[in-house]
Write a protein that binds this ligand. Structure first.
Ligand code: ACO
Length: 319
């Protein structure tokens, strides 16, 4: 039994914010600096009151429609996010309620920007075990809620959004190999070091990052995990039709492609328009390229993510 993606969907909040808009809002930066260092030109930011589960619901409904299934068929919901609606219940349970499909297993995965790769690899294992047949796998974030707008080193990098896939049991190959890793000793290079305790925020409820350290770590582990997954499937990078990487920074993406010997024409990039949407970035990029016709049925895809924890992972699949 294989696990195959049968539908994709995504959602971006309507408010588009350019680099110049950030300057106008008082961020001490410039369009030139952001574009040169990151490749980011725009990001979408959630409206006041718009929550992760709102974006997740819209993306999920599109994925369900694309897969041509009834929502009631879904027996597993895994939602990757670092910006859940509540401490509990999970955003996956809130999403399930809004889909009106009680009974399916539902839980969140917290692996920051690697969250979607983690969630997809987990869902595949449930399906391959035979315990579940139809998974809704979502990456959704309102990352703007944990940005310190006085920290120009981080606030220019991120955006909000959601992406979703339906992963179904299939006789045809879908996911071919995956690998997940973490190194908790690196937690301090990218973190939101805050907590709620006794009704107060303890620590800092904002993203804190050592940018150069994250950059170096990301470039190394992304190339390693991509090769590990290819080796696991007995394949060569030359066989890939598309690399769909986490959209953190165009220079990280270019470096990974170069290490794999892939031309940028085979890399899906949305970082210029979406910024870094953390767990949402891979499924958002995937859905964008599916809907604009670049990614077609039968294509060989490598999805890979890296983020806080430190965490990283990759999934090789036949679409
Ligand atoms: N606008 C203008 N200047 C800035 C900005 C900004 N937005 N941010 C930082 N600077 C300044 C710094 O203050 C510093 O000035 P100084 O030399 O006078 O002290 C200078 O630019 C260089 O700062 P660095 O942090 O060394 O800049 P660097 O070239 O490393 O680029 C960046 C910073 C873009 C964050 C880079 O380190 C990076 O991309 N790292 C990866 C981080 C990332 O992608 N994180 C996303 C989350 S993790 C993930 O998804 C994988």
């Amino acid at each position: 039994m294989h696990a195959r993606i049968t539908g994709t969907g995504s959602c971006l909040p309507p408010t588009v914010v350019s680099n110049d808009d950030l300057v106008a809002r008082g961020v001490d930066t410039s369009d030139q600096w952001i574009v040169e260092r990151t490749g980011i030109r725009y990001r979408h930011l959630a409206e006041d009151g718009q929550k992760t589960s709102d974006l997740a619901l819209a993306a999920s409904l599109k994925a369900i429609e694309a897969a041509g299934i009834e929502a009631a068929k879904i027996d597993l919901i895994i939602l990757a996010t670092s910006t859940p609606d509540y401490i509990f219940p999970s955003s996956a349970c809130l999403l399930q309620s809004r889909l009106g499909i009680g009974g399916a297993a539902a839980f969140d995965v917290q692996a920051v920007c690697s969250g979607f790769a983690y969630a997809l690899a987990i869902a595949e294992k449930f399906i391959r075990s035979g315990s579940h047949r139809c998974a809704l796998v979502v990456g959704a974030e309102v990352f703007s809620r944990i940005l310190d707008w006085n920290d120009r080193g981080t606030c220019v990098l991120f955006g909000d959004g959601a992406g979703a896939v339906i992963l179904e049991a299939s006789q045809e190959p879908g996911i071919l190999a995956s690998a997940l890793h973490a190194d908790g000793a690196q937690h301090g290079i990218l973190e939101v070091p805050g907590n709620v305790c006794g009704g107060r925020v303890i620590g800092e409820p904002f993203v804190r990052m050592d940018g150069p350290a994250v950059f170096k770590y990301a470039v190394r582990v992304l190339a390693e995990v991509a090769q590990e997954v290819l080796d696991g499937a007995g394949m060569d990078a030359a066989a890939l039709d598309w690399l769909v990487p986490h959209q953190a920074n165009i220079r990280i993406i270019q470096s990974t492609a170069k290490k794999l010997g892939l031309p940028m024409e085979k890399v899906v990039t949305t970082v210029d328009r979406h910024g870094n949407t953390s767990a949402a970035s891979i499924p958002l990029a995937l859905d964008t390229a599916v809907r604009d016709g670049r990614i077609r049925r039968g294509d060989l895809l490598m999805l890979e993510g890296v983020g806080g924890g430190f965490t990283w992972g990759a999934v090789l699949l036949r679409f």
